[in-house]
Structures are given as C-alpha cells and as structure tokens.
Design a binder for this molecule. Structure first.
Ligand code: FAD
Length: 479
C-alpha cells in the first residue's frame, strides 16, 4: 500500500504552482482537504465579501480536482483537531501545506506539527504564497526592511523566483472519506443577496485568474504606468482577490509579466511599475511577518496618542457613500456594490476618513475587511497605516488629499463619479466634484437638490484640513 498524504488547502486555492501539492503528489495518493475553522484569526476571521469569493473558489477547485478524479474534502472545526482526526481516519502518514504568514500562522503550524507527530504523522510546509521568504530579505545589518524602495531593490538582487510548476498528476486515495456540503457552510449572502450580479463581474478560481492575467497583459499593461490612477479606465489587473485566495501564485504573475517585457519592449516601463506593485504586496507581508501587531496597532507608536474623533454618524456617512464629496462617495459605493475599489480611490477615501473626519484608521481597516473581496490582512493593514501616516514608510500625515482636486485630476471627465453617484450625473464637469459651488439654476437643471437628493458636504475641506494639522501637531511634542 503506498503512503497516503493529506494536502491541506489554505489561502492557496489552485493546483498549478503549488510546491506542497506537487510534493504530496509525488509521494503517492492525496486527500485534498479544506478546513473551515470559524474562530481562526479571531477579529480577523474572514469578512462577508471574502466569503463569497471563498465559496466560488472552492467550487472551482472542487471541479478541477474532480476532473482529476479526486474529491475535495470539506471539514469544519478547530483546524488542529480536524486535521489530526482526518489523518487518523484516513491513515495518512503526512500532511502537506503552504506556509502562511498571518500573526497566528506560525503558532498554528507548530501546534499542528506537535499534534500530528503525537500520532506518528508528519507535517511538511512549503513556500508558495510569496516571491521571497521573509527571512531571505534583510538589510545589510540583518534587520527587516522598513522602507519599500531598498526592500524591492534587495528582492531584485536575489536570484529570480523559481519558474512556476505545472499542475501535478494526482492519484486519488482509494478509501471513502466523508465530506461536508459546501452549500451547508452558507458562505453566500441570501436575504438580501447583496452580491447579486457579482458572478457577471468576477470569475473566482484558477481559470478566472489566468484569464484576468492574460487579459491584462495582452490588452492593458501598456497603459498601466500612465493610466493606473484613472479609476474610470480598466488599466489595472484586478488580480488582487485572485492573489488573496491563491487562485494564482505571485510567481506565475511575476514570470508572465517578465516574459511580456521581452515580447513587448514598448511596455517595459509599465511592466516594471506593475512588478513593483507586486513588490508592495511582498513588502506588506514582510512587515506583517516581522511586526505581527501591524493590523491592530500603529506601527509608529506615537500614533497611539493621536487624538482621534469618535463620531459614529460620520463613520456611517463614509461607509454609505453619503459624505457629500462625490469622489469619496463614488469609491465607497463601488466598494459596497462590487466588493472592490480602485487603488487611487482607496487612498482618497482612506485619507478622508483619517484626516477629514479624524476617525481612527482601524475603523476603515475593519470596514474594508468586511467589504473587500481582496481583503488581505497584510496589504489592508499596511495600506491603511500608509495613508493614515502611522505606517512604516508611510505617506506623511500632513499630506492631506484634497478630495475635490483628486476628483478633478483623476476623474476629470467624471465617468467614474457619474457611474457610482448617479444622482449628480447631470451636473456639468465644472461642478461635478464640488456640487455646493454650482449656482441654483445649474443644480435645478441637473435635478440636484443639495441636502435632499444628495448630501451637503459633512465637513468643510479647509476647516477639516486645519483641524487635522492641529491634531497632528499634538504628536510633535512626543518627538
Ligand atoms: P494592480 O495595480 O493591477 O496591482 C497588481 C497587484 O499588486 C494587486 O493585485 C495587488 O496584489 C498588488 N498591489 C497593488 N498595489 C498594492 C499596494 N498598494 N499594496 C499591496 N499590494 C498591492 N490590496 C489588497 O490586495 N488587499 C487589501 O485588503 C487592500 N487594502 C487596501 C486598503 C487601502 C486603504 C489602500 C489604499 C490599498 C489597499 N490595497 C489592498 C492595495 C491596492 O489598493 C490593491 O491591491 C489594488 O487596488 C488591487 O487592484 P489590482 O489588482 O487591479 O492592482
């Protein structure tokens, strides 16, 4: 009898370029399993929108495995207990998995190793989530990088990431193993089904990820460098949820982009910019690994003393896209309706929350966590702290985005704002990003009644900016 192994799928829901799965396949028959552990991560349990992606990724993975004659086993419960029980039932000798970097991952993997080993079962952990392991990239002094540019330079000095592996040839185990039903996990919203229409926008899973990558590299990458800041245009890859759930590996993306550089010399600058954004994802994980409190605490400890406001009504206005600042409201509604928000607009709405409303970045981080399909503990925390000024290599707090100027610059013709804030779509471009300056007859002609069909601004930009700078100045005494 050949040895049977378990492959424990985590945030790596694919078959290709999965070193742990390839190793398990080589060793003999494989039982593929996904554990739904309702308490894993505590406050960072999977959010609502991400559950939608998880459901569809599991469906896709199940189909790909079934094509190879394997059944994806689904189990719920505490991870260590569930995997140890499954190993005993199936008489597996080894559990294979990808290494993870969440604050709780190393402890979980260590406990699992002990529990399995007490039953004579091994645990083998493989890379696959990042281009470079966090321990492999360090400053000359051996400390973690805290600034992106030297970090990415150091990554690029290392040997190229390994070529992606093909999907392995898998052999099923002959025993019958019980599985739960995916539908019983109720990962999809029902009443109401707020994800209505998302199937037309997204194709979670490995095939959808490859299609998104090809579409981007074949048709849009040449416009990425100049156009990645224009939210109305499809110039970015929209790969983030696929990367978040491991429907595609960063190595697959990296090598495909690198090959495009040879095929499309005219797009080299754009492709390098794109690769450096993949580098930001790496950097966020590098920081999370070395500073695991990043999702919960200000990286710069001075910011623990920041005099944040606490106005629940303003938070709700921001969450609902009812701030009276059209570009902010457009972004928040895009998020609510599609599970995604363009990066430029994420920066604008995050700046607005932390600087115009003086609300703690953690409130925004949590809202994004629940609403984003790509909600990623490393990128989300790192980006919120970057915008809020408290992060490593952060944008300085006194750099306060002017939401009117941001709208006029990056959504000049107003297509993005008009799409998501249709009640002001009839305003001429000149007033679209500052409806309160429009003369009465212009508002009437556009069918806009401020304070009625669309809110007045909840704060005055100039006053809010001054209040933010004054709040920030209280930290200076701590220098
Ligand atoms: P592209 O521009 O095509 O970039 C390619 C890939 O690079 C992305 O898919 C992503 O994996 C990575 N990437 C790009 N920009 C960044 C960045 N600034 N930081 C880290 N990785 C990056 N990204 C997430 O994946 N999950 C999050 O939860 C998340 N939260 C964010 C919160 C805020 C406040 C801000 C300002 C940004 C956040 N980002 C997050 C980063 C960024 O906005 C998204 O990765 C990007 O918009 C995804 O779109 P795309 O795939 O078209 O990106």
């Amino acid at each position: 009898m050949p040895d049977v192994s378990i492959y424990w799928f985590r945030d790596d829901l694919r078959l290709a370029d999965l070193p742990g799965l390839a190793a398990a396949a080589q060793a003999g028959p494989v039982i593929p399993v996904f554990i739904r552990d309702p308490n894993l991560g505590d406050a960072w349990r999977i959010g609502s929108a991400s559950q939608w992606w998880l459901h569809h990724s599991l469906l896709s993975l199940r189909t790909h495995l079934a094509d190879k004659g394997l059944e994806l086993i689904l189990r719920s419960g505490e991870t260590v207990a569930a995997l140890t029980a499954l190993a005993a039932q199936s008489e597996a000798t080894t559990v294979y998995c990808s290494r993870h970097y969440q604050p709780w991952s190393a402890g979980l993997e260590a406990t699992l190793r002990d529990s399995l080993s007490s039953k004579g079962v091994g645990l083998k952990r493989f890379p696959g989530t990042l281009l470079h392991e966090p321990e492999d990239v360090a400053t000359g002094g051996g400390t973690p990088f805290k600034v992106f540019t030297p970090f990415w330079r150091a990554c690029n000095r290392r040997p190229d990431p390994h070529q992606p592996l093909p999907a392995p040839k898998l052999t099923a185990c002959s025993a019958t193993i019980e599985s739960e039903e995916l539908a019983d996990w109720r990962l999809l919203p029902t009443s109401p089904n707020w994800a209505f229409g998302w199937n037309d926008l997204w194709s979670p899973g490995e095939a959808g990820a490859q299609a998104a990558l090809n579409q981007f590299l074949d048709h849009h990458v040449q416009d990425y460098g100049e156009g990645r800041d224009i939210p109305a245009e499809p110039n970015t890859s929209k790969l983030s949820p696929y990367l978040r759930f491991g429907n595609i590996s960063p190595r697959q993306v990296w090598h495909a982009a690198r090959s495009s550089k040879i095929e499309r010399p005219e797009a080299v600058g754009s492709i390098d910019k794109f690769l450096s954004e993949i580098g930001w994802r790496e950097f966020c994980y590098h920081l999370l690994f070395h500073f695991p409190t990043m999702p919960d605490e200000a990286f710069n400890p001075k910011f623990s003393f920041f005099p944040w406001d606490d106005d629940p009504q303003q938070l709700v206005a921001w969450q609902r896209g009812q701030t009276g600042y059209p570009i902010v409201d457009a972004g928040m509604r895009e998020l609510w309706q599609t599970g995604f928000m363009h990066n430029r607009v994420r920066m604008v709405v995050a700046s607005f929350l932390t600087k115009h409303l003086l609300l703690n970045w953690r409130a925004g981080e949590l809202w994004f966590w629940d609403c984003l399909l790509d909600a990623d503990i490393a990128s989300n925390a790192c980006s919120w702290q970057w915008v809020g000024g408290s992060g490593a290599d952060a944008s300085p707090y006194f750099r306060i985005f002017n939401p009117i100027a941001q709208g006029e610059k990056f959504d000049k013709a107003g297509a993005y704002t008009r799409r998501w804030v249709p009640e002001i779509a009839g305003l001429p471009d000149k007033f679209l990003h500052k409806p309160w300056e429009a003369p009465g007859e212009v508002l009437s002609a556009a069918g806009v009644r401020l304070g009625n069909t669309y809110p007045n601004p909840i704060v005055d930009h100039k006053t809010a900016r001054e209040a933010a700078l004054s709040a920030y100045s209280t930290l200076k005494s701590l220098d």
